[in-house]
Design a protein around this ligand. Sequence first.
Ligand code: UTP
Length: 485
Amino acid sequence: MSSKQHELSETLTDNLVNFNNLHEMLTQYGQQHVLQHWSHLNSQEQSNLTAQLSGIDLAELASLVNGQDEDTDFGALARRASSPPAVRADGSGADWSPVQARERGERALRNGELGAVIVAGGQGTRLGFDQPKGMFPIGPVSGRTLFQFFADRLLAVNEKYGCRIPLYIMTSDATDQETRKYFAANENLGIPAEDLYIFKQGVMPAVDAATGKLLMQSTSSLALSPDGHGGTVSALHGCGCLADAAKRGIQHLAYIQVDNPLAHLCEPELIGHHLMAASEMTTQVVQKRHPTEKVGNVVLVDGQVQIIEYSDLPESAAEATHEDGSLKLWAGNIAVHLFNLDFLQRVVGQADSLPFHRALKKVPFCDDRGQLVTPAEPNATKFERFIFDLLPIANNAFVVESRASEAFAPVKNANGAETDTPNTAKKAIVDLHRHWLEEAGLCVDQGVQVEINPRLALKVSDLPKKIATNQRIDTDRYFDTQLES
Ligand code: UTP
């Protein structure tokens, strides 16, 4: 036998062994259908599929499919739930004042204690935008993208406090390449290359909602999705970002999601509250607009701060009020968190055992004949971990209320939906910035769109020094780093 023939025969034997092993392992869990096109795959495709399968914990998946983890009695939990320890938007609820908190936070920024994390790995299916959501042009006048909003904000904070905040951006298979290309093509949006890290999160397979069978995206690839923002800790650890932050002397990571242009990334007052409460994880919330609003409820249960999803909260608990008529469970999650780096390093192992949450979604799949099917209705269960499930294991977890008009304008749905669309977010930005300009003495005509770059003002009190008062604004205007633009 020639050496070439010998090599070929070895490869074929390896492939057969590989196939038999995989088949045996998959059969234990009733998932052997994923190998039905094996004999038609080339060796590259076979090894890709093998790699995907070996990254999956089939036993864990089987228990998720069987719902073995779903034993939380949310009714009972909700009955024990009360308001979490919080500083309210008017400054009440803490032993320190908002001014003290701000000064404390400013000190931490000047000392270089902060790093920033933006999670941008979601598939953004509801928005229906064909690029990563971070590239969505959200600036109502400027057309700046969500990524630009946060980059400008970070640069403004760096400039104001003389610090260099490293930015860690989490992507996924769905968003990684385009995000990298976008930053590279735009000079990293002004962020020094040595302070920018783009890293990818893990994946979870999607299963057929009716049968629990693994869905295939093609004959040689599973339908995989990002593993949820709860995958952030493992991914930060895996890519070396936690170690990098520690090496830089970072003590706290400010976390936001890419889809809220009003998110206060590295805001001094929030940082200060976190520090003064000696909290390991602090979460910013807004007062719910109505009892059953579709936001997570931040509550205290058995001494632990945690979030009960709106879908899990019984209506009676959602509607319960104090004697003065105010809601008992008032705190709505906006997914802005601060973490102690020590805490994240301590829970790296535990983060892998956070619970999975289920979502019913439309996932295109390859059928038995190898044809791609695009479902009209949700057909698949996706499993995701949520970052807020770290709250109950954080010491002194703390809650800081902000006003929704100042801190929360999520971009979730396509225009036309009732809430959380690009149009509602743009309106919120214009309303807030109009209010700032009016406070600063300018007169903005009705219907005029205004937008302020954070490099000109991070908050209303930054404005008067810079903008001449008594001006009338009668056309749409983007206030950049100049007084006039
Ligand atoms: P959502 O849960 O709203 O998901 O993510 P999404 O992907 O943006 O949108 P839909 O549900 O498909 O319509 C909230 C934030 O968490 C990030 C998203 O990028 C967004 O910033 N995220 C979500 C991740 O980074 N990874 C994930 O696996 C899920």
